[in-house]
Design a protein around this ligand. Sequence first.
Ligand SMILES: Cc1ncc(C[n+]2csc(CCOP(=O)(O)OP(=O)(O)O)c2C)c(N)n1
Length: 327
Amino acid sequence: MFLGKNSTEQMGLEELTSAYRLMALSRRFDERMGELNRRGVPVPHYHSGIGQEALMVAAVMPLRRTDQMIYTHRGYGHLLAKGISLREIVLDLFMKAGGTNQGMGGVMHVNRPDLGVPGREGAFGSRFAIAAGLALAAKLDGRDDVAVCFYGEAAGARGILYEALNMAVLWKLPVVYIAEHNGWSVSSRTEWLYPEGSMSRVWRGFEIPVEVVDGNDSETVFTAVSRAVSHARAGNGPSVVEGLTYRIEPHIWKDKAAYQPSEEIELWRARDPLLRAAKRLIEFGAGKDEIQSIENWADAEVERAFAALETAPDATWDDARRQMETQ
Ligand SMILES: Cc1ncc(C[n+]2csc(CCOP(=O)(O)OP(=O)(O)O)c2C)c(N)n1
């Protein structure tokens, strides 16, 4: 069962330019963190999202500010696209004051409830039920907001998916699940975890709309998720979009990823979502200088975020308590 194909939300030059800015920022930040790590600078526990930027960013762009979004641990594109600044993310990562959790949650628990980012679980799986709960809250309050829940191969293999989806289908909850099919779950291939190597196959039994899309093509992702969001907002219940992408970097940097064949990585590098978006921008009429100026802007933003880190004080429990009292 597929979502109504006659729904034609598509990216124009403006949307694709916005997507490219956010994807470039996410990429530059991952590259900078990798560089620091290679130089031996102590960096926090980190999961690089290189290669997955289109899925992270273009799937969030159809959302409103009040729509809820549960992100994954890999990459920061989801958060940037929902309006959280790189400065806040960096301060959270390095556990400084001035971020979103005042140094008390690290990057696992970036949250901005005012932007529809309530945070996320540390032990993967409960996100399926949390997202269904957020959708239920919107429905009970009479808001037409939706909840969007990204998940990886590991979370999707847990039993709570079935419990949550059963309730979401029963109560027609406005929730969209987005599977980040990136080929690997630490050192296990997706094919070793799911029949037919399909993360969305299990959803078919619920007879809800399922779309499998090229997760490295921002326009395709945007269109599919826009359709899923409209479906949920119109009161038609849950759906799933599975985006096919690839984890270019190791699970974490201390993992040498000897299990990951270099030819496979090269194959996917050639499908780089940024290169593809840049090519499309040129087809839309953008100049090479415009693309370069976006790259320059992203570099400068990364500089600004790290500059904030230089002066930020360490967070204290008092900062955290004050923040909790104001939320
Ligand atoms: C219940 C639970 N078990 C284990 C972990 C530790 N853990 C963190 S990331 C990860 C792998 C995630 O793989 P996947 O979902 O495929 O996402 P990817 O890292 O490929 O983006 C694991 C097992 C966890 N957070 N929660």
